[in-house]
Ligand binder design. Structure first.
Ligand code: AHR
Length: 495
């Protein structure tokens, strides 16, 4: 028997515009994320353009990447930008102490990153080094990227092959400064932030949004101190929140072949994102009622035990239908907080954590998460429309979560888009969709589901999990009754 839910789209109460940046990505020098996943080098037999994989670029162009964060993560606070410029055969090699202790030959530096971002049409978010850097080093990196005059650094950039300055959209002062970025107290970092941010100087027409390194999950004290002491000097503050099925770092849970209890706990923990954003938002509202300062979730996603037999420090994990639904739930939450949340960056783009793309030598596949991002494309830049959901719970033993989740938005052409997620892995949902005061016109549907909760795409069967057309039944006036299959994401769009 199916479960029941009703979803009322409040078309007369438009919310905030959903910043396309909410669908941003993150690529760190970590495992096979940048090296292999993006960069293979010009002499590689893998088809590439100036060293960057053509297959990955094509897949990302198709998806559309509004903004890309680089070079870390924890790596950012040990990255010295001068290591990554000039002739590649003369660049120093360094140890990536955070991620597996492997050697980074610095083949992928500022020029290669900017080239890649231009290829995929992404805005750039560069994360500066506070932990092991200096104010001068950071200021000079910013000058190198943005100077439009004849300064020595601008000339050096030209000598290295880039005449015009790059547009620098976002720049962060450190990463996780409460942890891998220096184990600082918020008071200390707030002062450091003010000092560093003072010297982010660029031409007037190329001012990046200045981002303060934000809190770990629910630590609102961090946000409180930063907003109080440094709020005036920032354009945004971040927050990081990952979904660990078992909630502990030592034994996080597997990406596939997980018990149903971990399907349940994964969604329970993902849903906490809403509360986290609400709580940080409340504090920000006190210091910044106009919402000038954005809250950026610049790291989120699932974090599982690494795939058996792979390097612990490479964070390589499989990506199943469960991940696609985790992405959808997060998107729905981000939409609700769109007034404050203007960028998020899933961790991470290729071969690391909850990736869009996995590669194996010359092979590449699009993960279920990639398809969730693709299905939500119409929401980018659309105006959020609140929905009221009344739903049966999906229950397992003593645990439960609401079975149906929904979001809606109206795009710039006036078309309405609605996403519905059924988290129950066994029962279909009979959903009564209502658009009060509107006649529901022809809707197109796309569905993402699979036979099992841990269905994945493999290099042998790369299209096992992918969206399929969904036949939308005929509406009656402002009502439409739909059957959303078990464990599925359905996106409906007005033609
Ligand atoms: O995304 C992996 C790591 O998670 C990042 O480097 C760090 O910022 C966070 O702890």
């Amino acid at each position: 028997e199916s479960l029941r839910a009703s979803v009322t789209v409040q078309t007369d109460r438009p919310g905030s515009v959903i910043d396309p940046g909410i669908y941003g990505q993150f690529a760190e020098h970590l495992g096979r994320g940048v090296y292999e996943g993006v960069w293979v080098g010009e002499s590689s037999p893998i088809p590439n353009t100036r060293g960057i994989r053509n297959d990955v670029v094509a897949a990302l162009k198709e998806l559309g990447v509004p903004v890309l964060r680089w070079p870390g993560g924890c790596f950012a606070d040990e990255y010295h930008w001068r290591d990554g410029i000039g002739p590649r055969n003369q660049r120093p090699t360094r140890i990536n102490t955070t991620w597996g202790g492997v050697v980074d030959d610095n083949a992928f530096g500022t020029h290669e990153f900017m080239d890649f971002a231009e290829m995929i049409g992404a805005e750039v978010y560069v994360n500066g080094n506070v932990g092991t850097g200096s104010v001068q080093e950071m200021a000079e990196w910013v000058e190198y990227m943005t100077a439009d005059n004849n300064s020595t650094l601008a000339q050096l950039r030209r000598a290295n092959g880039r005449d015009k300055p790059w547009r620098l959209h976002y720049f962060a002062v450190g990463n996780e400064t409460w942890g891998c970025g220096g184990n600082m107290r918020p008071e200390f970092y707030a002062d450091l932030y003010r000092q560093y941010a003072t010297f982010i100087k660029t031409p007037r027409d190329n001012k990046p949004q200045r981002i303060a390194s934000g809190a770990n999950g629910s630590n609102t004290e961090w946000t409180e101190v930063l907003m109080r002491e440094a709020g005036k000097h920032m354009d945004a503050i971040s927050v990081h929140y990952y979904t660990l099925p078992r909630g502990e770092w030592k034994d996080k849970g597997a990406a596939t072949r997980f018990p149903e209890s971990e399907w349940m706990s994964t969604f329970k923990r993902t849903l906490r994102m809403d509360e986290i954003l609400t709580n940080h938002g409340k504090i920000m509202d006190r210091y910044d009622p106009e919402r000038r300062v954005a809250l950026l979730v610049d790291e989120w996603g699932t974090w599982y035990d690494v795939e058996p037999g792979t390097n612990e420090g490479f964070l390589y994990q499989q990506n199943s239908l469960r991940d696609a639904l985790v992405a959808a739930i997060n998107f729905n939450i981000f939409h609700r907080h769109a007034a404050r949340v203007r960028m998020t960056n899933i961790a991470q783009m290729v071969n690391v954590l909850q990736a869009m793309i996995l590669t194996d030598g010359p092979k590449m596949l699009k993960t279920p998460t990639y398809h969730a991002f693709a299905l939500y494309k119409p929401f980018r830049g659309a105006t959020h429309v609140p929905v009221e959901v009344s739903t049966a719970e999906y229950k397992l033993d003593a645990e439960s979560v609401p079975a149906v989740h929904a979001t809606a938005a109206r795009d710039q052409a006036g078309a309405l888009h609605i996403a519905l997620t059924n988290l129950d892995p066994h029962r279909a949902a009979t959903v009564e969709l209502r658009l009060p005061g509107q006649t529901i016109k022809a809707l197109q549907g796309q569905i993402l589901t699979a036979a099992s909760t841990d269905a994945i795409n493999t290099f042998e069967a790369p299209d096992a999990v992918r969206p399929a057309p969904f036949k939308v039944p005929r509406a009656r006036g402002d009502r439409l009754q739909l059957e959303v299959p078990a464990k599925a994401l359905l996106v409906l769009s007005q033609r």
